[in-house]
Ligand binder design. Sequence first.
Ligand code: WQD
Length: 340
Amino acid sequence: MTKILVTGGLGFIGSHTVVELVNAGYEPVIVDDLSNSNPKILDQLTKIIGFTPVFYKLDLSDEQAVKNLAAQQPDIAGIIHFAAFKAVGESVQQPLKYYRNNFYSLFNILNAYEGKQINLVFSSSCTVYGQPDSLPVTESAPVKPAESPYGNTKQIAEEVLKDIIAAGSKFKIISLRYFNPVGAHQSALIGELPIGVPQNLVPFITQTAIGKREKITVFGDDYDTPDGSCQRDYIHVVDLAKAHVAAFKLMATDGFTGYDVFNIGTGQPNSVLEIINAFEQSTGVKLNYQIGPRRAGDIEKIWGDVTKSKNKLNWQTELDINTMMQSAWEWEKYIANNPL
Ligand code: WQD
């Protein structure tokens, strides 16, 4: 079986991608430092896929540790590099922590497998676009100055990957620019597990619905959008996970060489207030929310043009906003009754 190294594989997106890799007949090998994930997710994955994947607890910013990993796993054919710190606000407060971890981790992986014919999928982000000049945003839109050190690490990482391909690397590389991943696996056995107070909208919604949070604050309703609240492209995490399988299939074709980048979203905007309404409509749970001031660093609106992903990656989303909200809610109820 084709072995795929999944760095950050016990995280929210990583764990859902492990499931879709197995469904597609790949053999995942998980690496995670557990700095932002729960080791019991490995047990949850076992319940879903029927076996326990090989797992290494490992800090990818430790060069020798990564070299040892590559020596133990010389027959890796593909790599998905999720592992990175990703809290936008925290990156502004602690930039060096973010530059060190996110770059050392990437460089160590690239160095450890240099010279091998590896198909690499890089976890990038719509954050690289900043506030686009026109919407929906296409992959050819100009990359704008990053709004945070986190966004900067994604922008620079994409440049590093393009440069190594231009220098003749044997790698094939695809960067996937995620929009806003939400929801949970249909089993409700894995989902988003924020540590502490959720930064992201949907886990804050579900924690409010379950009673862990008193109310939601909508960060601003005075934006230039139909209802005044920010617009984003929310995508079901399972659809996003399947895009990684599509990326490996594309890189396995003779026609693919070098480097490419794809938007991974639905192509449809939803505002904060529309998400709150969608949650209430799809779950029957009334939410307590208030309108508050804008959050520093937020962009006003962004959603992706996914034409290239549909035509070249041969991938498009299948799950709608109601399924996103219902699955997120089922996961919140599961975790409330089965704390990990
Ligand atoms: C969405 C909207 C908030 C919480 C995320 C990731 C980022 C990147 C893109 C991967 C915004 C509003 C939120 C709340 C609110 N993903 N909001 N009240 O900021 O788009 O970025 O997706 O790279 O890493 O962080 O997502 O869920 O934080 O916010 O009103 O309590 O919800 O202002 O408009 P964001 P988010």
